[in-house]
Design a binder for this molecule. Sequence first.
Ligand code: NAG
Ligand code: NAG
Ligand code: NAG
Ligand code: NAG
Ligand code: NAG
Ligand code: FE2
Length: 461
Amino acid sequence: MKALQLFLLAVLTVVATGLETSQGRANDSKEGLGIVHYQPEQVHLAFGERTASEMVVTWSTRSLPPDLQVGMTTIVEYGLLEASGQSKLSQTARGTATKFVDGGRKKATQFIHRVTLRNLKPNSTYVYHCGSSYGWSSVFQFRTVPEASADWSPSLAIYGDMGNENAQSLARLQEETQRGMYDAIIHVGDFAYDMNTEDARVGDEFMRQIESVAAYLPYMVVPGNHEEKFNFSNYRARFSMPGGTENMFYSFDLGPVHFIGISTEVYYFLNYGVKSLVFQYEWLRQDLAKANLPENRRERPWIVLYGHRPMYCSNENDNDCTHSETLTRVGWPFVHMFGLEPLLYEFGVDVAIWAHEHSYERLWPIYDYKVLNGTLTDSPYEDPGAPVHLVTGSAGCKEGREPFKGKIPDWSAFHSQDYGYTRLRAHNRTHLHFEQVSDDQNGAIIDDFWLVKSKHGSYLH
Ligand SMILES: *[C@@H]1O[C@H](CO)[C@@H](O)[C@H](O)[C@H]1NC(C)=O
Ligand SMILES: *[C@@H]1O[C@H](CO)[C@@H](O)[C@H](O)[C@H]1NC(C)=O
Ligand SMILES: *[C@@H]1O[C@H](CO)[C@@H](O)[C@H](O)[C@H]1NC(C)=O
Ligand SMILES: *[C@@H]1O[C@H](CO)[C@@H](O)[C@H](O)[C@H]1NC(C)=O
Ligand SMILES: *[C@@H]1O[C@H](CO)[C@@H](O)[C@H](O)[C@H]1NC(C)=O
Ligand SMILES: [Fe+2]
């Protein structure tokens, strides 16, 4: 009797294990492919909570590798690149995989793997690959940034609105990344067009495309309107920004700059609830107040904020920025609650970078439609009386370029329809340099300016 019970128990266990395994090996049969696909792909990096010593590696597998069922076995193997040019992947960091189900008709499933590398040596080059015994990615490398010191000069490439089709700037960005020109990339919303299109296949393809830069450099992001489907689910699932807000808003420090990324979309997609808007606004006020504590502003005097939809633009279309009462600028209609421009002004934000318009535009320092140039003759960007706004949404996408109005307003300093991207180099505590690269003109710099400040802080006094 006892023997029979044991026998039955054993049979049940085997059956249960078998069921679990076949579930775990979810395969592509829904797609009609009938294959199991464990190969790591779509590898990309982000700064961790500690910018100089943590890096988050994120990647995807179509199926869940079988050994993941027994615990946290998703792995990054990494090691310092020695001066000799040798490197051993001698260290191992472990993380978790989560299941992501797209909201489309096919409910396409994939597994997103995240591993945080901690206690990295600042200002050092690391070599890594990710995966496990089920399959490894290629070997990539990245460089950590120096310690929070303001005594180094970070360089970034910044743009928005880059799609899967017509990602015109990507080849140049890849080349420049591999030449070591940048410490990070900021993509100011609107990816792939759209990540959820064709049951998230377009998102997969886009993430494979940007691997050519994003596996080598922190690829920092904020959401745009093209991420909206299914409550931003593709966007939330695929990236790994710091801050614990599923990539909606966060800040990080780089040399003499405090960067803040926000979601402008919480002002527009109220169908997903107003909670996110209020939560972000309160967070932003606190983050700005903290960045303005005397010891913080002394160490990192620059505050650069980025979000997808501009407060101002001179384009010829019906987007919100072509109207005077932009929701992000003045807040809700009539009651004017949660407007962001007063915050930028009160807390002395130096630069506000936007995208959404598929063009580039630079403004004179501006607050509430008043140009507040610096007081020195011919130096509008030397100790200006208001933030400087840039719109850089021309990286390239299938929607093409955005035309400008026939008559450009007085507050607009420069505009261009060329495809391209913006470079920012924070030289030191007093000098920021911006360049606009035209990909149409073979990488020519079509606009550049210095923002110079002898003192930073609120514009109120
Ligand atoms: C894939 O799943 C289908 C049904 O879900 C199953 O019939 C098939 O055997 C599976 N293939 C593999 C390789 O696991
Ligand atoms: C970073 O390392 C390089 C050498 O690889 C060195 O020249 C540079 O001074 C270091 N920067 C800082 C801020 O430590
Ligand atoms: C959308 O996501 C946000 C943030 O997670 C959540 O607060 C909100 O309830 C969601 N909205 C809907 C309609 O599901
Ligand atoms: C700001 O400076 C620019 C460049 O010198 C100039 O063209 C513009 O008229 C100035 N605007 C105001 C309001 O002073
Ligand atoms: C800051 O950088 C600018 C531009 O490179 C340079 O002219 C200036 O002397 C630097 N200031 C300090 C204090 O190093
Ligand atoms: Fe957009």
